[in-house]
Design a binder for this molecule. Structure first.
Ligand code: F6P
Length: 335
């Protein structure tokens, strides 16, 4: 069999892969791609269970091509995930390094978000382990890629859920505040808000202010609108939380009957969309080819349809901003 190696000079014989932080649909597709790309290049692949915490506890085992069968369409992560406090300490990272050393592994692919990359960046600096990141989070708040693995699926999950909420909102002439995930970023709220035709979209990047919100809702009522959906990003600061915000609006606009729906962790689950499966598969291969050719401390991403490498330190520190054109669009169409 001829192995097409795309002119890549393979410099490693082993690597480990882990998923860390909040899980995201498509992480399994990324794991599968990493394991199968390794097999393609004759690299031995190891899977670490429960992220950095598992690395500290020595939870590592070979990940063959067959062990990733039938997972492409599954939500969650077969490797499980965790947010490890211990890995934030030097002692924790020392133990994690021992685990890799025992297996003579010096290459680590981290599938996760901001916090996971910060951990990987420090780990590489301290112990010289080569680290390459694959952006996996529903929040899409990572610099260096147009979309993170899981984001597209989360958008579709939210749109489907709010479409159902709208049915009951219309039937009762109610105003619904729907909270979506995004503790620091409004990408999910902005895009789904446009997708479902929200009356208002509240995101951390834009401070609307309570007065403006009340005015706008009043105007909307006057114009004859009977029911409304306001999409609120979890990290929006307009009210203390979505329940207090809803109460405030109900007290000040008695014409409205208000309800709150917090979508919560259901946004992180479910079968990944085709977009996320393909994205994760492409990034998995690129991550293996990057680390195997001796390049490290990078995150793989896709910008304008093309593969892109971004230094981990930039991916962590880089500002991800919302698209102003989308925000303008949402303001024009909501009336
Ligand atoms: O995955 C990112 C995220 O969805 C954030 O938007 C949210 O605040 C957070 O995860 C909550 O995660 P957990 O409950 O796992 O701490």
């Amino acid at each position: 069999m001829i192995i097409e190696n795309n002119n890549i000079n393979i410099k490693i014989s082993k690597l480990a892969v882990l998923t860390s932080g909040g899980d995201a649909p498509g992480m399994n597709a990324a794991i599968r791609s990493v394991a199968r790309s390794c097999s393609h290049y004759g690299i031995q692949c190891f899977g670490v269970s429960r992220g950095y915490q598992g690395l500290i506890e020595g939870k590592i085992k070979p990940l063959g091509t067959r062990s990733v069968k039938n997972i492409l369409n599954k939500g969650g992560t077969i490797l499980k995930s965790a947010r490890s406090k211990e890995f934030m300490t030097k002692e924790g990272r020392l133990k994690a390094h021992e685990t890799l050393k025992n297996q003579e592994i010096n290459n680590l692919i981290v599938i996760g978000g901001d916090g996971s990359f910060t951990g990987g960046y420090i780990f590489e600096k301290e112990f010289g382990v080569s680290v390459v990141g694959i952006p996996g989070t529903i929040d899409n708040d990572i610099f260096g890629t147009d979309s993170t693995v899981g984001y597209d699926t989360a958008l579709n999950t939210v749109v489907e859920a709010i479409d159902k909420i709208r049915d009951t909102a219309i039937s009762h002439n109610r105003l619904f505040f729907v909270e979506v995930m995004g503790k620091d970023a409004g990408h999910i709220a902005l895009n789904t808000g446009i997708g479902i035709g929200a009356s208002e979209i509240l995101i951390p990047e834009k401070d609307k202010g309570l007065d403006k919100l009340l005015k706008s809702l009043k105007r909307s009522k006057k114009s004859g609108r009977l029911s409304s959906i306001v999409v609120v990003a979890e990290g929006d600061k307009i009210g203390k939380n979505v329940f207090e915000l809803a109460q405030y609006v109900e007290e000040n606009l008695p014409d409205y009957e208000v309800r709150v729906s917090v979508l919560g962790h259901m946004q992180r689950g479910g079968s990944p969309t085709c977009f996320d499966r393909v994205l994760a598969s492409r990034l998995g291969l690129k991550a293996v080819e990057t680390i195997a050719s001796g390049v490290s401390s990078q995150m793989v991403g896709i910008i304008d349809g093309k593969m892109a490498l971004t230094p981990l330190r930039k991916a962590i520190k880089g500002e991800t901003s919302i698209n102003p054109e989308m925000y303008r669009l949402s303001n024009i169409l909501r009336l």
